[in-house]
Design a protein around this ligand. Sequence first.
Ligand SMILES: Nc1nc2c(ncn2[C@@H]2O[C@H](COP(=O)(O)OP(=O)(O)O)[C@@H](O)[C@H]2O)c(=O)[nH]1
Ligand SMILES: [Mg+2]
Length: 254
Amino acid sequence: MDGLPETIVVGERTLDNRTQDLQVLVVIPAYNEQGKVGMVVKKVLAQGIKSVLVVNDCSTDQTALEAQAAGALVISHERNLGVGAAIRTGIDHALAHRFPVVAILSGDDQHDPTELPGLLRPILIENYDFVQGSRRFRGLHAPNIGWFRRLFTWVYAATFRLLTGFPCSDATNGGRAFHTRIFSDGKIDLWQTWLNSYELEPYLLYKVVRERYRVTEAPMTVIYHTRGTTKMKPVRDWWRIFRPMVYLALGLKT
Ligand SMILES: Nc1nc2c(ncn2[C@@H]2O[C@H](COP(=O)(O)OP(=O)(O)O)[C@@H](O)[C@H]2O)c(=O)[nH]1
Ligand SMILES: [Mg+2]
């Protein structure tokens, strides 16, 4: 695309887009994110990433058109299935098209794509399997976060540390990256329908830690704009985030 950098500097390495060196697929789940998703796509492309997929989860607004106009490939669900199903569709696309690396960013402009190289560096350079973005990497980086979100994300991470022993500072940040080889041994079954909503992301993190993949964290700010940062319903959806950890710890699900 015109005007985009041909190379991206990741750590001490310069990855060259022209030689397909940077085979990263950025997946952006989006449900009614008109007015935001286009900005997200443009900011990701400006990082030199060539492949951006927006999974439009049956939005009723112009999300799909806006994402496409900004330069993304768009796959649209025929029904609204949930954020987990949208991410799964992105991963299916990555596997079908043999992308070795996937990064996920939210479609509502809460992440800063200039942090993508730092998220990708451990995978591309240091052979990590999974990098969890953290808004609490050396201090809290979450402008305008409310007290409830601040408390809940802390409690979740503390519970996660207790159950897994993995020293994470933020387990519920939607910004993360991974190598697609984590799906090759069949131990991580993302294709279970109970993961369709907010469950899939916490399930995936718990499983990669428990299955002893190489997991680390990288800084990933979460910006809380004054309006429209979440579609979560308080009790129902926080339980959806919590329950994979509970079910897996108790052996009720695999
Ligand atoms: N809530 C919700 N978000 C979806 C859905 N499908 C895709 N998404 C996207 O998933 C991302 C995260 O959702 P959001 O509600 O903002 O979660 P939060 O920021 O973690 O509170 C956003 O980019 C949404 O547009 C869906 O069915 N419901
Ligand atoms: Mg959000």
